[in-house]
Design a protein around this ligand. Sequence first.
Ligand SMILES: NC(=O)c1ccc[n+]([C@@H]2O[C@H](COP(=O)([O-])OP(=O)(O)OC[C@H]3O[C@@H](n4cnc5c(N)ncnc54)[C@H](OP(=O)(O)O)[C@@H]3O)[C@@H](O)[C@H]2O)c1
Length: 284
Amino acid sequence: MKDKTILITGATSGIGFQTALALAKMGAQVIVTGRSQKTTEEAVANIKSASGNSRVDFLLADLSTQKNVRALAEQFKARYERLDVLINNAGLAPSKKELTEDGVESSFAMNVVTPFLLTNLLRDSLKKSLSPRVVTLMGGDVPAKLDMDNLQSEKSFDGLNTYSQTKLAMMVLIYEFAQREKGVTINICYPGQASTNMTRSVTPEMLPRAMRWMFPVFKFMTRDDGGKSATKASRSSVYLASSPEVEGVTGKYFDTNCKEAAWSPAVMDAKTRGDLWKIVESLV
Ligand SMILES: NC(=O)c1ccc[n+]([C@@H]2O[C@H](COP(=O)([O-])OP(=O)(O)OC[C@H]3O[C@@H](n4cnc5c(N)ncnc54)[C@H](OP(=O)(O)O)[C@@H]3O)[C@@H](O)[C@H]2O)c1
């Protein structure tokens, strides 16, 4: 991987951090994004010392607003000649409905609009690579149906169900992207459940009502394990970013064991894909 330049969003902690570390250990040039200068500098220093790779760099951006996503893409293009692998890792599972500066519901903005916009903005940099790859991280359960009337929680906000719907919307869009884009491989992976800042911030109210009694079990399963589960969860993104086995493979969904998995029926529905593409395109 020594000749590869890789950009990973949200790599200051959790799965993104472990993904960046693993790819740095393989010798790649790794650029991580973060929101806070201090946290991001610390993450970069830790990746450098644990990997022995000095080619680890960072760009700062709060990815919840489109202005910042555009600025990030511009900074990347100004500094780096090409992009071999883009990993859309940053994600959000909010506890309540909030709108971003752009007036978009925050999880729809972070989990759908941002990867769509960033991937589009970096297409030219990706096309300068001999074998460009885009890897995007899926959430938990994959719902069968996308609620097109509630994409931005217009009707209701429902904790982790809302998060799953935004991740399904992202899958629908990324699959469509892979159909339209030639010369760049675009795949999705499910990392598996890991103890990270995201899962440790889940509150009982975010679980589906019928499952709230299980909250202590969920809390136990996501207790701080010093990055062990996040390291395991980084396997599928590292695999899609680096393995020769997936060279040229595009439009596929891989599970936590790096095995190809079935798409949700919503992804296979061409009308859903076309309608969602138009909606998100109009938002950006
Ligand atoms: N953990 C799981 O069990 C699990 C399961 C399935 C899928 N996933 C997916 O895996 C990905 C990584 O999640 P994680 O569990 O590793 O969570 P995490 O530890 O909370 O990491 C999330 C990363 O995204 C960044 N981020 C959040 N909001 C941001 C914003 N507005 N602008 C820029 N960066 C932002 C965070 O940066 P800060 O340091 O600035 O907060 C952090 O680096 C997500 O896409 C998530 O949906 C996780």
